[in-house]
Design a protein around this ligand. Structure first.
Ligand code: NAX
Ligand code: K
Length: 535
């Protein structure tokens, strides 16, 4: 059994884990499978009624127990007086076990799949494939999924049973066609794939329903390697104490900036300061130092670095940076606005090798490692050198030397591969930001903050990660907490400025407010906690 997960990760089982959960409930607890299916079907029927309170219901059933759930819905809605039309992707005689029982209880008729069955539907129930699916949908199942997608395009709402058919419940991958659901009702626990793009974009509104499987199953089965980030991650962060100093609050040294790109490192500094860094130093090419000093938070220091012919940082700047790091311990954040080129490639490699402390590599810093993620291994082998990299999909593609599309199609596998090959904690940014540790654990952001889709928010995130590493927070926790604070800050900033009007600087400011509000409510909770002796 894996070690217990941190309290701030809500475990997200994979499809196999969920099947093991079902098997335990049936085999060990003794709950009949058909009873679970009845409960699942009843809760699914409730959702169908909510989505479409009246009108004909078309239910498309597949070969397995997902189809069985569909037959329960069909029976219950027909009993409730709804006009129900059931079509199946397989002949009845292929149904087995609980699915066959549910089919028998429904009676009939169930017609073979035909797209015409969806024509007059007020709502469609997708009960074709569930957690037992493997690979791209094949045969009639694939045809039916395409038919549902076409009907959804015409505006007919779709309620997916457990997982939208065609979405891999574990990885969120869509290998062929997939159902675009209006709502998905999933049983007992959401699997990881429901939170990872592109599957996530097919889920619609997600409802997780309890079908009577005892919660203690969580403690009995192996801990899933994936989990959903929760607010509790902020509780894992240290707080300033009255006897603290700016040095104890942590120092972040940012290497970046170039002519025409002076804003990026300034945003990183703002993110770092607002996330609690005691101080920040902006190490930038000499020619832009005064510009950066004018734009940066007044609380930050600057350090002029030798510039190359293009005005961006020269490779020889590594000596200046490393010298500063030797005299003043700091977390190094390298990349924001750095610009690319051979000088930066050499700079990066020298910094990676020479810096004996925490490191964040972002943006153009990652370009220097293109096709050579193993370059980080020499440093990540050492526990004194926590390393976090923060690529978006394009930077990840260059880092691993793969096509951009491949990153988008296989996000979970890609982020795990990157963490394994670099030995670093890897933050693959997106609405479903994934944070992978080299040991295979992955934290997933719930996302939902479109205000973050604007220039500079990545620079802010790098600063927040840097600030938390500078407080000696363990890197998987630091990266996860940073992603969480940044997400909530994106929501907070959008409350004030609107989703369209939010800019990166607003997000940096909001990081502080989000943290303040979290810590206040935690303090209130402590005040209210009963004394241990019961007094
Ligand atoms: N007793 C249980 O274990 C419970 C299961 N439940 C439901 O059962 C589902 C899992 O049932 P199953 O394990 O039977 O699996 P599925 O219902 O997902 O279907 C698997 C079947 O689909 C076919 N299939 C697999 N991959 C395919 C592909 N790529 N293209 C076309 N056909 C494919 C195969 O014939 C396979 O037997 C869950 O998602 C949930 O909806 C619920 O009823 C709750 C209780
Ligand atoms: K389904």
């Amino acid at each position: 059994m894996a070690s217990s997960p941190p309290a701030w990760l809500d475990p997200l089982p994979d499809a196999a884990g969920l099947r093991a959960t079902d098997a335990w409930a049936i085999g060990t607890v003794g709950i009949p499978g058909i009873a679970l299916m009845e409960t699942a079907g009843a809760l699914l029927a409730d959702a169908v009624v909510e989505v479409a309170p009246q009108g004909p219901v078309a239910i498309v059933c597949g070969a397995g127990n997902n189809g069985g759930d569909g037959y329960v819905v069909a029976r219950l809605l027909r009993q409730a007086g709804r006009r129900v039309r059931v079509v199946s992707t397989v002949p009845d005689e292929r149904l087995k076990g609980d699915a066959a029982l549910a089919r028998d209880a429904f009676g009939g008729p169930a017609d073979p799949w035909s797209a015409a069955a969806l024509d007059d539907a007020a709502v469609i129930v997708d009960a074709i494939l569930g957690t037992g699916a493997s690979g791209a949908p094949r045969g009639v199942a694939a045809e039916a999924i395409a038919g549902i997608a076409a009907a959804a395009d015409r505006g007919i709402p779709v309620v997916a049973c457990d997982v939208p058919s065609g979405v891999d419940a574990t990885t969120g991958e869509v290998a062929g066609v997939a159902v675009p659901a209006t709502a998905t009702v999933t049983f007992h626990a959401a699997t990881s794939g429901l939170w990872i793009a592109p599957g996530k974009d097919h889920v619609g509104r997600l409802r997780i329903v309890d079908i009577g499987i005892p919660r203690r199953v969580r403690d009995l089965l192996p801990v899933p390697s994936t989990g959903l980030l929760s607010a509790a991650v902020v509780d894992a962060l240290p707080r300033r104490r009255t006897d603290g100093t700016k040095f104890r609050s942590g120092h972040v040294l940012i290497v970046g900036g170039a002519p025409g790109m002076t804003g990026a490192p300034c945003l990183t500094a703002r993110g770092a300061m607002r996330a609690g860094a005691g101080y920040a130093t902006l190490a930038v090419p000499a020619g832009v130092e005064s510009t950066v000093a004018a734009r940066a938070p007044v609380e930050t220091l600057t350090l002029a670095l030798p510039a190359a012919d293009d005005g961006a940082v020269a490779a020889t700047a590594a000596d200046v940076v490393l010298e500063r790091l030797r005299t003043r311990r700091a977390t190094l954040v390298v990349g924001p606005g750095l610009s690319r080129g051979p000088e930066r490639d050499r700079l990066l490699r020298a910094l990676i090798a020479g810096h004996d402390g925490a490191l964040v590599v972002d943006a153009d810093g990652l370009a220097a490692l293109a096709g050579d993620p193993e370059a980080l291994r020499a440093r990540t082998a050492s526990a004194t050198r926590p390393t976090v990299i923060t690529p978006h999909a394009g930077e990840m593609a260059r880092l691993l030397g793969v096509e951009l599309e491949a990153v988008g199609e296989h996000r979970l596998a890609t982020v795990r591969d990157a963490a394994r090959r670099t030995g670093a904690v890897v933050v693959l940014k997106g609405d479903d930001t994934l944070i992978a540790a080299p040991d295979g654990r992955v934290a997933i952001s719930p996302g939902g903050a479109p205000g973050l889709a604007t220039a500079g928010t990545g620079d802010v995130l790098a600063g927040v990660v840097g600030a938390l590493l500078a407080r000696d927070v363990e890197p998987f926790t630091a990266a996860s907490a940073a992603v969480w604070l940044h997400l909530r800050a994106g929501l907070r900033a959008a409350e004030q400025h609107g989703v369209e009007g939010t800019v990166a600087g607003d997000v940096a400011e909001a990081v502080a407010i989000v943290r303040r509000d979290h810590d206040r409510s935690a303090a209130v909770a402590l005040d209210r906690a009963p004394a241990r002796d019961g007094g």
